[in-house]
Design a protein around this ligand. Structure first.
Ligand code: HEC
Length: 155
């Protein structure tokens, strides 16, 4: 009886600890992204410097079957960005391939795991900025694409 009880206490305690650790990793990843990625990936930059994380997350979700391969692919790219390794070929065309900023791999893993788990708001200002640039260039294909996204998710 006492044995059963202590197994139960131990089990719920480990469950609690693993939840606290997961929440802790999420907050660590979020803080690191704020420090190391948002100077370029902020969805409100006008003109944009890099794709907002909403779009980055979508592309990696489509490519990867689960969190593990999402984190692996994103970490591999971020540690050594190349045009061939990039999923977002249109972003590479428009902004050039991401520079190699010599991040710390363990930190990038935490950031990629956070990016997988986060619910990003649709980047409405980014689409407005994109429409402005496309209009100025006379690029109506890109203009219509961003306008459609804006209308679907921001209006
Ligand atoms: C100096 C600006 C800059 C910083 C800082 C930056 N990025 Fe980027 N990133 C870019 C640009 C530009 C692109 C779009 C071109 C591309 O896809 O390579 C990009 C694209 C990406 C992509 C999509 C790559 C693909 O498959 O096409 C990922 C993933 C990414 N960044 C992760 C990160 C993470 C994680 C951080 C922070 C640790 C970060 N970036 C910091 C400029 C930056």
């Amino acid at each position: 009886m006492i044995y059963k009880y202590s197994v139960m206490v131990f089990a719920s305690f480990s469950l609690l600890v693993s939840h606290v650790c997961l929440a802790d990793d999420f907050m660590k990843g979020k803080a690191l992204v704020g420090e190391q990625c948002l100077s370029c990936h902020d969805a409100n930059l006008d003109p944009p410097v890099a794709p907002p994380l909403f779009g980055v997350q979508n592309n990696y979700m489509r490519f990867a079957g689960d969190k593990e391969s999402f984190v692996a692919k994103m970490t591999a790219f971020t540690m050594a960005p190349t045009a061939e390794g990039a999923l977002m070929t249109k972003a590479v065309e428009a902004m050039g391939v991401m520079p190699n900023l010599e991040f710390v791999e363990e930190e990038v893993r935490l950031m990629a795991a956070y990016i997988y788990d986060e619910h990003f708001a649709p980047p409405c200002n980014h689409w407005l900025a994109g429409m402005k640039i496309a209009m100025a260039k006379g690029d109506m294909v890109h203009y219509k694409q961003d306008k459609k996204r804006y209308q679907n998710m921001c209006e």
